[in-house]
Design a protein around this ligand. Structure first.
Ligand code: ZN
Ligand code: ZN
Length: 375
């Protein structure tokens, strides 16, 4: 009797955990040019720097969240737990995480990285795809960047709008950062950082003006569930990377080429072509045949992504059933009765995507197109 009850309890627990994982894991359809959209969090901490969890939790959270890439980026110079967890080797956190991933056979890429943590004007800078993080423990911060380049690392500026570093919350590049960019030692900038709980339209414009890759990261220190309501409709901030395939080489190439979109809450931020590629993969327009000789056509906007969209109609066509603001729920659909000219042929809706930013306070405009079927 005991074993039967135990078995039922175990099965129930397994069933619940799988169901939660399905609801929680993010998934984006491929872009229309065939690029895959890889969900990545490239800035995370564990107890090996100032985080609150063992690296195994980072790996399991990433798996539950449906991430395809996780970077382990402990502070190199800031180790508040070292009296309890002495670890002179700065690669140790990555090694544990990668071991957990290998044992669990998760379909997840783990990347070794580090957060070079200096006072302003240098600030905090992440280097990922490292072979040996210890080599970045240098006297001068620029030597750390050179050591990163010697390992083929991708380097990005962290939280440039962090209030302890910039009291007005406005991201700016210091002369030091400009020098790193000029020398090819800095390739990206965070426009979204979860620890700040916010994003920076100034950093987005800096990225566009300086040809830097747009990054969104969690910079998670505690639990993703508690910080970002993961599993109950929330998600950690992350970078969506438009890669040619799911290999590490293609992922790394896409980062260096700047083929990214930062995602925070329902905001998508990046270069127009990349944000448009993600949005156009998410949203499709479907129309029904005309009824009688009516020229008002029933249609729906279908959303295949875990992002809630807010659209503002900018076209000539107006709607019989709603005003110009359309909300399309994540993985949902919104019905529109479109007043067309003829009730036949192509239907085009021109919309501003208010939650998709392609520059300083500038929303993406896109077109949803379909052909009205004949009876
Ligand atoms: Zn930092
Ligand atoms: Zn950090």
């Amino acid at each position: 009797m005991f074993s039967k009850i135990f078995l039922i309890a175990t099965c129930t627990a397994l069933y619940v955990s799988v169901a939660v994982a399905r609801e929680r894991a993010v998934e984006f359809p491929d872009a229309k040019d065939g690029s895959v959209v890889l969900a990545a969090d490239l800035h995370t901490h564990s107890v090996f720097s100032d985080g609150e969890v063992w690296p195994s939790i980072r790996v399991k959270e990433a798996h539950l969240d449906g991430l395809e890439v996780l970077a382990v980026t402990e502070h190199l110079e800031h180790q508040p737990h070292k009296a309890d967890i002495p670890h002179p080797d700065r690669n140790r956190s990555y090694e544990i995480a990668e071991g957990v991933r290998a044992d669990s056979e998760f379909d997840l890429m783990i990347i070794n990285g580090a957060e070079v943590t200096r006072d302003m004007p240098y600030g905090h800078i992440n280097a990922i795809f490292l072979n040996d993080a210890n080599a970045l423990l240098t006297e001068e911060p620029k030597q750390a960047m050179e050591a990163a380049r010697a390992q083929g690392a991708f380097v990005f500026l962290n939280h440039p709008n962090w209030l302890p570093h910039v009291s007005d919350g406005i991201a700016r590049l210091s002369d030091y950062h400009k020098d790193l960019i000029a020398e090819g030692l800095l390739q990206g900038i965070e426009v979204v950082n979860g620890t700040l709980d916010g994003h920076s339209e100034h950093a987005l414009q800096i990225a566009l003006d300086n040809n830097l890759t747009v990054m969104g990261t969690s910079d998670i220190h505690g639990l993703v569930d508690w910080t970002h309501d993961a599993g109950t409709g929330g998600h950690r901030p992350m970078t969506l990377v438009l890669a040619s395939d799911r290999s590490e080489a293609a992922f790394k190439r896409a980062l260096f080429e700047g083929r990214t979109v930062a995602w925070s809450y329902d905001d998508l931020l990046g270069r127009e072509e990349h944000v448009k590629a993600v949005v156009d993969a998410c949203l499709t327009l479907e129309a029904e045949p005309a009824l009688r000789d009516y020229t008002v056509i029933s249609a729906k906007i279908v959303n295949a992504c875990p992002v809630n969209f807010t659209l503002l109609n900018q076209g000539e066509e107006t709607f019989q059933n709603t005003g110009d603001v359309l909300n399309v729920k994540r993985d949902g659909e919104t019905a529109v009765a479109v007043r067309t000219k003829t009730g036949k042929g192509q239907m085009v809706l021109t919309v501003d995507v208010l939650n998709a930013q392609i520059g300083f306070r500038k929303a993406l405009t896109t077109r949803l197109v379909t052909v009205i079927p004949t009876q």
